[in-house]
Design a binder for this molecule. Sequence first.
Ligand code: FRU
Length: 533
Amino acid sequence: MKNFILVLLVLIAFIGCKQTPKNEQNTSQNVDMVYSEEELYRPEFHFTPKANWMNDPNGMFFYNGYYHLYFQHYPDGNVWGPMHWGHAISTDMVTWVEKPIALFPDEKGYIFSGSAVVDANNTSGFGEGGKIPIVAMFTYHDMDKEKQGDIDFQSQAIAYSLDEGLTWEKYADNPVIKNPNIKDFRDPKIVWDAVNKKWIMVLAAGQEIMFYSSKNLKDWEFLSNFGENVGSHNGVWECPDLFAMQTEGTDEIKWVLLVSVGSGGYNEGSATQYFVGDFDGKTFKIDPTFKDHLDKNNASWIDYGKDNYAGVTWSNIPDTDGRKLFIGWMSNWQYAIKVPTEKWRSSMTVARELKLTKTDNQYQLKSLPVKEISNYVSKTVKKSSISIEKGKRTLLTNNTLVDFKSLDIHFKINNLKEDTYTFCFDNKRGDSIKFGVNNNKQFYFSDRTASGNISFSKDFAPNISKAPYAANGNDLEVRLLLDKTSIEIFYNNGETVMTEIFFPKNPIEAFSVKSENFNFEIENLIINELNFN
Ligand code: FRU
């Protein structure tokens, strides 16, 4: 341990933060061809399809020791196309094994987003010979109807699996919910309502959520809708999720409704909002106190970075575990089809545990990486305190100390001054991804404006991304995951999250810290190197 500290101290150099000259950015001749796309951009542990296009996570359930992750997939091209459900499994939600495609489009349409549940009591009757059916519900998107100019081109359908999610049989009487003449009518997410002993399904319809219930997963009854005059209405509503949660440290149960919105997120583009309230088996009502929690867009966001969309939670997590486990698509519709990977496009966020807290009469949904990630720590560098001199960039570097491919970093700063604290990952060619806190204006930020290849879309890095303070505080706690092309920053124990992707032209090789006006101390720095080989 002592040795590590010594090495770290020796490696602390003081140099000015170099800026990438403007004329060096974004020109294709600067792409360093020494690195293959795989080496430079394929994440070490965030799930990516082996090849071609992926968007939303779908149909996630846990069964017999495996976490299943299905995903919107176009296996024949690296842009969005006829949608299939790809499939991957994991025993810990950190490393994934891709399985054969689960659902293929057919004459009724493309297979859009949806969910899956373990029908342990065989309410659907699909079970045979004692085998427990897994039932998936998805949206059929009929391209021919859409092209003809009809508006009823989306309907809800089901499929079942008797081999634990590997192969699926589509139900003969699909669709189970016909289109009621609503143009955007999709993304069913089923949840078991233990109190009322029935299945509840939430569906995005235009800019509202519709609630349905069923006893058998085949016959669905419309219950109510939600969304008028609340939430962000800057885009189409998609991929809802509904689940009950215990407010931390109390016996209180609240219901959380997640709603992804196609555009107009806090930092523009697609983003996921949430509501905290009550659900009585029929209607969802936002908690009166939650209204104070809404921002300028009338919304509250699960993640303020630009790259966490369409995220939902796993079903069938055993009570003995009890966690609410979430994963999102780590991209944004503004530029997803243009990101500079050719072989595959997009990855998922790290799987996260959600928690609901209530402080000063305010509900807050927090997220942190699942604890299983700690099983992959291969090397740890710890430092109880590092003094940082104002205006100077303090650099932690040297690839022998840590390999910058995938890191899990924790640190604290106590007694924040009226200052801006910037943390920076970069490489010798000057590609940098920065993040931090502006404690004058009270916001967190993530800055990929000089992160390497940004020119593929004007929407990728037009500005820094910002997140408002969730609560006033003098202290800052940071946890972050770095995985080659993504950074996931969890401020103050996951109270505010920022997830952003980036495409440096060379690998990242240094981490540095800077303040503008005051000296400060970094406390309890822990740098965990992660290894997945
Ligand atoms: C969200 C979404 C869903 C739809 C799917 C299509 O990203 O637009 O609403 O089901 O993607 O791939």
